[in-house]
Design a protein around this ligand. Structure first.
Ligand code: URA
Length: 218
C-alpha cells in the first residue's frame, strides 16, 4: 500500500494553551519566545514517542538486577532548525534531546516572490544511515522553505521515513507539496489553519514568527 503523509495535531492542553499565547498579537516578544520554546518541548515530546531508538539493557538497582529500556546512544540523532524562527522551537527540543547534533539551515524569504533563498547551510556532506532527523520550523505556509530543506537533506542521505517535522501552524499548501514528494514523512503541529493571504502569511496564523521571536520588524 502506498504510504501517506502523517500529520498529527496532538490534543494536549499545554499545546493548545501555548498556541493561544503565541497567536495573541498582544503577547510581548519575551512571552512569545517562551510560548514557542514550550511548544518546541511538547511537540518534540509527542514526535519522538515512536522515533527515538531504544535498547534493552540490564541495570543494577541498589537491590537487584533489573531490565531497563534505554535510549540507544549509537543511533545518530540530528535536529535541523530552519533559521530564523526554527531557533525558537529548537530551544525546547534540545531540552529533550541533549545529545542530538544541531545542523543550522538558514533561509530568507523574498517578500515579493515568496521564494526562499539559502544563506547558511551547515549540513554535513552525508548523513549516516539510520540517522533520525527532527526539523524545527514554526510556520509551514507556502511550503517553499521546507521543500528546499527536505531536498538538501535527502540529497545527503536522509530517509524521509526517519524524519519528523515539528511546526506550530501548518497550512494546506505546504502539506500538499510535502505529501506529493515525501509521503513517508511525519509532521507534528499545534494546529492546521485553513489558508494563506496574498503575502503568504497563514490566516489566522500568528504573524511573522521570526519578527515576534526576536522583537524585530519586517
Ligand atoms: N512565516 C511566518 O513567520 N508567518 C507566516 O504566517 C508564514 C510564514
Amino acid at each position: 500500500m502506498a504510504s501517506q503523509l502523517h500529520v498529527y495535531v496532538p490534543p494536549h492542553p499545554l499545546i493548545k494553551h501555548w498556541l493561544g499565547v503565541a497567536r495573541n498579537a498582544a503577547t510581548p516578544p519575551p512571552l512569545f519566545k517562551s510560548a514557542i520554546k514550550e511548544l518546541g518541548r511538547w511537540l518534540t515530546y509527542e514526535a519522538v514517542r515512536d522515533w527515538l531508538p531504544t535498547e534493552e539493557l540490564t541495570v543494577q538497582t541498589p537491590v537487584a538486577p533489573c531490565a531497563a529500556t534505554m535510549v540507544n546512544p549509537d543511533v545518530p540523532l540530528v535536529v535541523v532548525p530552519i533559521l530564523r524562527a526554527g531557533l525558537g522551537l529548537l530551544e525546547g527540543a534540545q531540552t529533550l534531546l541533549p545529545l542530538a547534533s544541531i545542523y543550522h539551515f538558514g533561509l530568507v524569504r523574498n517578500e515579493e516572490t515568496l521564494e526562499a533563498t539559502c544563506y547558511l547551510n551547515k549540513l554535513p556532506k552525508q548523513f549516516a544511515p539510520q540517522t533520525r532527523v527532527l526539523i524545527t520550523e514554526p510556520m509551514l505556509a507556502t511550503g517553499g522553505s521546507i521543500m528546499m530543506t527536505m531536498a538538501e537533506l535527502t540529497e545527503r542521505g536522509v530517509d524521509p521515513a526517519l524524519t519528523r517535522i515539528i511546526s506550530v501552524v501548518t497550512a494546506p499548501p505546504a502539506l500538499q507539496k510535502l505529501g506529493k514528494v515525501y509521503p513517508s514523512l511525519t509532521i507534528y503541529t499545534a494546529t492546521i489553519d485553513e489558508e494563506l493571504n496574498s503575502q503568504g502569511y497563514i490566516v489566522p496564523g500568528l504573524g511573522d514568527a521570526g519578527d515576534r521571536l526576536f522583537g524585530t520588524e519586517g
